[in-house]
Design a protein. Structure first.
Length: 160
């Protein structure tokens, strides 16, 4: 959702590099086009937002909600996934955090996880037992959720 530095495309195993993160602030402005797409998705599906990003380590849900509203998002995040450590890769850690949150909320049966870190069950033709079933990979961090195929995949997982 943030305005990404140009020239950074993810591979199925990559994560943000030091060059990509150099000089970045905690709360970078969100891309207004992505905000409009997210608002459309939220309006159509009435989905809730659960934040899994590392921002959860630095602010409260209320502070995150204030930032979301200041960026034009029409809905505040309702929760954060837990911060878990001890996983071999950052991808596995983030997926485990989402799995853990879902296990504590068994009433949640329709969901989508969206990220530029590839946390899907299948990556590079390899099955990953720790992967997320309802995962949408935003490989191109410049366009993120604004790509029609990404929007379609998110809506599919949210039952639309």
């Amino acid at each position: 959702m943030s305005l990404a530095a140009s020239g950074f495309i993810r591979t199925w195993c990559s994560q943000p590099s030091g060059d990509e993160l150099h000089g970045r602030r905690l709360f970078e402005p969100f891309d207004p086009v992505a905000v409009n797409v997210l608002n459309d998705i939220l309006q159509k599906t009435d989905a809730e937002i659960v934040v899994s990003s590392d921002w959860k380590r630095h602010v409260t849900v209320e502070e995150m909600g204030d930032f979301y509203i200041s960026q034009g998002i029409n809905k505040r995040p309702f929760d954060f996934t837990p911060w878990l450590t001890g996983y071999p890769t950052y991808h596995q850690q983030r997926a485990a955090e989402i799995h853990n949150w879902l296990e504590t909320c068994p009433e949640i049966t329709i969901w989508a996880a969206v990220d530029d870190l590839h946390m899907g069950i299948i990556a590079n033709n390899t099955h990953r037992s720790w992967g997320l079933a309802n995962f949408v990979w935003t490989e191109n961090i410049q366009t993120g959720i604004t790509e029609p195929t990404i929007i379609k995949a998110i809506l599919k997982y949210l039952g639309y």
